[in-house]
Ligand binder design. Sequence first.
Ligand code: 5GP
Length: 195
Amino acid sequence: MAGVAILKLLEQRILDQADIFGTDVLKVDMFLNHQIDVELLNEIGKEFFRLYSESGINKILTVEASGIGIACITAQYFSVPVVFAKKGYNSNVGSDIYTSDIFSFTKGVSSKIGVSHKYLGQKDKVLIIDDFLANGSALTGLIDIVRQAGAFITGIGIVIEKGFQPGGRLIRESGIRIESLAVIKSMVNGNIIFG
Ligand code: 5GP
């Protein structure tokens, strides 16, 4: 399936099956965040591979929990391992863990994420994958960890970016490539507009 087809498929699934909570939270439990449509994820993985296949990626990084499935399916196309940042470290973790603090958009709490020094280092060319991009805190934490490890950020792959929130703009302005498969321009009064 070519790029445009998966984008249209994803947009249609969002229109048909997503629920809007409050003004800015999109629930896609039907196919991405609770029940998982593996065929759709396969197409998403293929698309990330099409976009980044020339980049020499040797590792995919995500954050638990909802990024893991997407990252694993995507990794099959690149034949590379997935590393996921674990959540819930306390402040006195060992010195062999890179840590960063993130603020959860959906839960409204801060938490520490961490990756062992064993699984990320200077030789790594990293593709960061996540399900959503909102204010950019999760990505900023992952970028911080990649930089602490001395690894190279090749780019970022996001399934759904909420373009009316600032994360995407801020991270692109820092010079990092972000490819978002569906970008939501607005979701006012139950109307989801892509753009
Ligand atoms: P950010 O850190 O960019 O503010 O938010 C991204 C993270 O919060 C993602 O890892 C995702 O799990 C969660 N998130 C942000 N916005 C939404 C949303 O509208 N729906 C869902 N299901 N998760 C979201």
